[in-house]
Design a protein around this ligand. Structure first.
Ligand code: AMP
Ligand code: ZN
Length: 408
């Protein structure tokens, strides 16, 4: 890439650089079961999405993503998918994008490896720089991609993000592009995983079972929803003989009540251990369980975030922006509950909630491009060609891994 003119510019509360030259970015995401390729256009500090393709491994029969299957899927998929995408956009060695961004981790090593090796190959063939992106940084930064229809300005540091996906559930405080603090994390499985497993247990079918669960619950009549809402489940003393408590609230473990952590494994074990009272209509039981499980999983999330605020109010004192991202973030009930819960707790008149559009909440390559551009322009680094996938990459160690080199 030739010399790029830069100028200092103040954005998101940090001094950054804005590139005056227009350039194109190819982004690749392959951390789990989605094979995604995106092409972005960057001009004067503004990013425009040109196109994205995404294909997903079908794991319905397997009942979950099997890492070796996902590895095979990406190996099978990536080159042919990219080839079609390149033909469509007339991308070639004579007309190659100027920057290649690819997910480096965290994720399944086989899946990551397929995308990363392909990206390295393109970087060598086209002689263009490569940025190995942290997948979660993509989820965090996606809200900064503004569209013309959006009324909200992008989040400004310090901002708070709730990342709820199939593999992660964390509340993150981002003080700057490179400084992120995970305030609440899950001690067992992710909320998306819990939603998927509970939905499967209830007999729902599909690839995105959390979404199927939402669709199922949203199909209930108002009378059913009112009835289920009124029934309390902190004891078994209800017509369904069903007990579902918020995790970490058990009187048997009083110290857990103060634990600023998420835990979702008990939702599944509760469903596993449950048998309905004899004679009860099966479809009604299924509806009731679906409603309660989704409701309580989200209640637990909001409950622990409120506790985190209670425990360290000064940490949140300058936060005015809250991003909800990850696949589960597209759930309208979670959006409403998070908004109500935090407005109530933080009592801030100017709290801005950012709910990226649904296609940008689930895994996608656009977010990898957006985060890669930020790293390239504002952290001034690229990745060297020896980088390997990182299965576990803590978000607070973004720059503490090998392979970053100064851009110039
Ligand atoms: P991700 O890991 O970010 O790609 O997100 C995938 C996860 O999000 C899976 O667990 C899905 O079941 C879940 N998910 C997607 N859409 C929804 C939704 N509308 N409600 C709840 N969970 C969802
Ligand atoms: Zn993700």
């Amino acid at each position: 890439m030739g010399m790029l003119k830069v100028m200092l510019w103040r954005s998101n509360g940090a001094v950054g650089r804005v590139f005056r030259r227009r350039y194109r970015v190819l982004a690749i995401e392959s951390s789990c079961d989605d094979a995604c390729i995106a092409l972005l256009d960057r001009k004067d500090g503004k990013t425009t999405v040109i196109d994205q393709v995404k294909s997903t491994l079908n794991s319905v029969a397997a009942g979950g993503v099997i890492p070796t299957e996902a590895h095979g899927f990406h190996q099978y998929q990536i080159a042919s998918q990219a080839s079609q995408f390149f033909q469509k956009h007339k991308i070639s060695s004579q007309n190659s994008p100027d920057l290649i961004c690819c997910t480096r981790g965290p994720g399944m090593v086989g899946s990551l490896s397929a995308g990363l090796q392909f990206a390295k190959g393109l970087s060598v063939a086209w002689d263009k720089p490569l940025v190995g992106v942290h997948h979660m940084l993509g989820h965090l930064m996606i809200a900064s991609l503004t569209s013309e229809s959006q009324t909200n300005p992008p989040p400004r540091f310090p901002f708070l993000s709730l990342l709820c996906s199939g593999g992660h559930t964390m509340l993150v405080l981002s003080e700057s592009l490179a400084k992120h603090q995970v305030l609440v994390n899950t001690v067992d499985i992710a909320c998306g995983d819990a939603l998927d497993k509970c939905a499967r247990k209830l007999g729902l079918k599909g690839n995105m079972l959390g979404k199927e669960l939402e669709t199922f619950v949203n199909s209930f009549s108002k009378e059913e929803l009112d009835e289920f809402t009124k029934i309390k489940t902190h004891t078994r003393d209800n017509p369904f003989n069903f007990q579902l408590k918020l995790p970490m609230r058990s009187p048997k473990h009083p110290r857990n009540a103060e634990s600023v952590q998420f835990s979702f494994a008990s939702f599944l074990s509760t469903l596993d251990a449950y048998s309905p009272p004899p004679g009860m209509e099966k479809s009604k039981v299924t509806k009731f369980l679906a409603f309660k499980v989704q409701q309580k999983i989200f209640e637990h999330i909001v409950d622990r975030i409120k506790l985190a605020v209670d425990k360290n109010e000064t940490l949140f004192a300058n936060v005015n922006d809250i991003v909800l991202s990850g696949g589960v973030a597209s759930n309208s009930t979670l959006r409403r509950m998070l908004k109500d819960g935090l407005n109530d707790k933080m009592k801030r008149p100017n709290l801005n909630f950012h709910f990226p559009e649904i296609a940008l909440c689930t895994d996608n390559a656009i977010m990898i491009g957006v985060a890669g551009i930020e790293i390239y322009e504002n952290l001034n680094v690229v990745s060297d060609l020896s980088i390997t996938p990182i299965r576990k990459w803590p978000l607070d160690q973004l720059l503490d891994v090998d392979g970053w080199t100064s851009r110039s």
